[in-house]
Design a protein around this ligand. Structure first.
Ligand code: SAM
Length: 250
């Protein structure tokens, strides 16, 4: 399962998401409370929605990510913390005793569902929990990826006491060309540059096209309101690298 060894570093490497966060915040405001985030991770988006007055349930499969989210919850101001609940669960099949006005899957996390059964299971579960006037929003990456399997160093961020951590990635397309095997490596370096610790995370991401997703959404009786190609709300075009689906239940 992904996001185990690297959970402790997730927030450190999650810069540059402001536009995406503003996008989901705004849509959450329009849809109303309560909201459900699938694959909530450390709660980066959920905390922001809670600051805006939205009650958010965050569902997450990785124990380590949940732990990070709950650590942050303990330190959060009471009026924010009382609007947040982080629960363990699988987004491809979940049952909660509640309906939501806004269900969202940011950061391309729908692509962690690698089989059609899981993807349809997720849409079915979303459908069962979406308020009749609610909105379901998620994004997928449709652009080119380097799938040669070579290691690429992505970023370096400082830690305490002069240490730094570097993040590297290797991605490879499987034979069937439907899944990208992804390995993330985090190296902790001491102040002399020596590597003192290494953490790996393996995950598989499905390769999806807009047509695949539109087909699945239609099958599960979602109506697509809009497809954007960017979080600045550019309309989707065939050359776009990303597709953001804004949908509602029929
Ligand atoms: C890219 S991270 C996104 C975290 C958070 N939503 C954000 O945007 O910062 C993807 C998250 O989805 C979680 N995830 C992957 N598959 C899942 C599943 N089947 N059910 C629930 N969570 C899942 C991972 O453990 C990870 O925390």
């Amino acid at each position: 399962m992904a996001y185990r060894g690297s959970a402790q570093f997730y927030d450190l490497f999650a810069r540059g998401k402001e536009e995406e966060q503003s996008f989901y915040r705004l849509l959450a405001q329009e849809a109303g409370s309560p909201a459900l985030e699938l694959g909530v991770g450390t709660g980066l988006f959920a905390f922001l929605l809670a600051e805006d007055g939205i009650t958010v349930v965050g569902l997450e499969q990785s124990r380590e990510m949940l732990l990070e989210a709950r650590k942050k919850l303990q330190k959060a101001p009471k009026e924010i913390a009382r609007r947040l609940l982080f629960i363990s669960g699988d987004m491809s099949n979940f049952q909660l005793e509640q309906e939501f006005r806004f269900i969202y899957i940011p950061s391309g996390s729908f692509q962690y569902l690698t089989t059609r059964k899981q993807q349809l299971g997720c849409l079915r579960s979303v459908k069962a929990h979406l308020h009749k006037e609610g909105s379901f929003v998620f994004d997928i990456w449709t652009g080119e990826s380097d799938t040669s399997g070579t290691w690429r160093r992505l970023e370096t961020v400082p830690l305490a006491k002069g240490e730094v951590v570097t993040r590297s990635i290797s991605t490879r397309l499987t034979k069937e060309k439907e899944i990208i095997d992804t390995v993330l490596r985090f190296d902790v370096h001491d102040k002399t540059g020596r590597i003192t610790d290494t953490f790996y995370d393996w995950s598989q991401l499905s390769v999806l096209t807009v047509e695949d997703v539109k087909f699945q959404l239609a099958e599960m009786q979602f109506q697509v309101e809009t497809i954007y190609s960017s979080f600045s709300r550019k309309p989707w075009s065939a050359k776009a690298q990303r597709a953001i689906f804004v949908t509602e239940s029929i």
